[in-house]
Design a protein around this ligand. Structure first.
Ligand code: LMR
Length: 403
């Protein structure tokens, strides 16, 4: 007999299955444009130089030990993270209306926030953009939400934001629904609302009494500027919203496997903060008790040292400039080859990803024929594109669309 005989085979996680396939592929010109992870010009994983410096300093600091962190994590880390998001002089901080919780990267922050909302505020309905990052749905359903709904976001014909559909869907949402919003550099479309559009979005969310839950996985990647990339969240705060924001250091610090993130909580009533903190403490305690320290110490070390902070901003610039450069090169190559279709969206889009417009069959053809690994949705990770592979990728897209 087996307890497990009724267990059905689950579907693979597309983005990680692709990475595995890529690793096992022996084709010399293979390219991984699947997972959103930065590669050096030579196509190798890149540890940010400032992270190496911080790690050396930490290794030599004998005062550090392996004792448990508090349940809500390293205090300095969460307060620096929330400050980075809301801005040094944010009234939410000076009035003690905001705090941070160290979490297991952006995913963990989403999960902790969603658990709290589902179990303590009894929220059941959440909305995510169509399309969105492949994990939002699973995280919220796993946390106890029951009703997953989409709001329109991407217009495939104009290859831009469907703002009317977006606002209409928000207008029809039931009071209290949780709305997942990408703070900047929307994944997977690379298309963000303008500031004017954010204002319209905020106004409907306020009128309809919806709860905004931002996902900020790419601060620094949209514009290369940390403050500019936090504009939407800060705007909502100035409008008096209570909100959650999940922050990830996977991309902007390259700390993918350190699982380093923060949940920023912004509330209206400072006297309610201790109760909310105590309930989030129980939420975390029941899931993983307390978070790991290494990534949080690296981030705190860098954010609290002016010189290292500036170096980090330079490291972000290195990544974001290479991405912008590759967008230009890819578009130029595609146009030079006379590839069917228009390619201005490649340079119009921002952040780590580009929604190429390739359909599922074409994306699969890219994998099978050209060993260029990309998601079925046509999403490519721009940070896997390098000076040494951009021509090959363009040629392959051209072949795929010309046959
Ligand atoms: C991605 O979108 O490629 C990354 O955020 C990796 C992941 O966890 O999906």
């Amino acid at each position: 007999m087996s307890w497990f005989s009724g267990v059905q085979q689950g579907p693979p996680i597309e983005v990680f299955a692709l990475t595995k396939q890529f690793t096992e592929d022996s084709f010399p010109q293979k390219v991984n444009l699947g997972v959103g992870a930065y590669r050096s010009d030579e196509g190798k994983p890149w540890v940010l130089p400032v992270v190496r410096i911080a790690e050396k300093a930490l290794a030599n600091d004998d005062s550090l030990n392996k004792e448990y962190l508090p349940v809500l994590g390293l205090e300095i880390f969460s307060s620096l993270s929330t400050k980075m998001l809301l801005g040094e002089d944010s009234p939410a901080l000076t009035q003690n209306k905001a705090f941070g919780v160290q979490c297991l990267s952006g995913t963990g922050a989403l999960r902790v926030g969603a658990e709290f909302l589902a179990r303590k505020l009894e929220k059941t309905v959440f909305y995510f953009s169509k399309p969105t990052w492949g994990n939002h749905r699973l995280v919220f359903l796993s946390a106890g939400f029951q009703d997953a709904r989409e709001y329109r976001y991407w217009n495939g014909e104009t290859r831009g934001l469907d703002i009317d559909g977006f606002l209409e869907d928000l207008n029809n949402a039931p009071e209290g629904a949780v709305i997942i919003l990408h703070a900047c550099a929307h994944n997977p479309t690379g298309c963000d609302p303008t500031q004017e559009q954010w204002k319209q979005i905020a106004s409907v969310i306020k009128d309809k009494k919806l709860f905004p839950f931002f996902d900020s996985a790419y601060q620094g990647f949209a514009s290369g500027d940390l403050d500019k990339d936090a504009w939407a969240v800060r705007y909502f705060v100035t409008q008096g919203f209570e909100l959650f924001c999940a922050q990830s250091y996977a991309k902007n610090f390259g700390l993918y496997n350190e699982r380093t993130g923060n949940l920023s909580v912004v509330m209206n009533n400072p006297s309610e903060v201790p109760a909310v903190k105590s309930q989030i403490t129980l939420t975390v305690r029941g899931m993983y008790s307390n978070p790991p320290s290494h990534g949080a110490r690296i981030v705190s070390h860098v954010l609290s040292n002016k010189e290292l902070y500036n170096q980090w901003r330079d490291n972000i610039k290195t990544m974001s400039s290479r991405i912008i450069e590759m967008r230009k090169r890819l578009r130029e190559e595609l146009e030079r080859l006379g590839t069917p279709g228009s390619w201005n969206h490649i340079t119009d889009q921002i952040g780590m990803f580009s929604y190429t417009g390739l359909n599922e069959a074409q994306s699969e053809h890219m994998v099978k024929k050209h060993h260029i690994y990309m998601l079925k949705s046509g999403r490519i990770s721009m940070c896997g594109l390098t000076p040494s592979n951009v021509e090959y990728v363009a040629k392959s897209i051209n072949e795929t669309l010309s046959t």
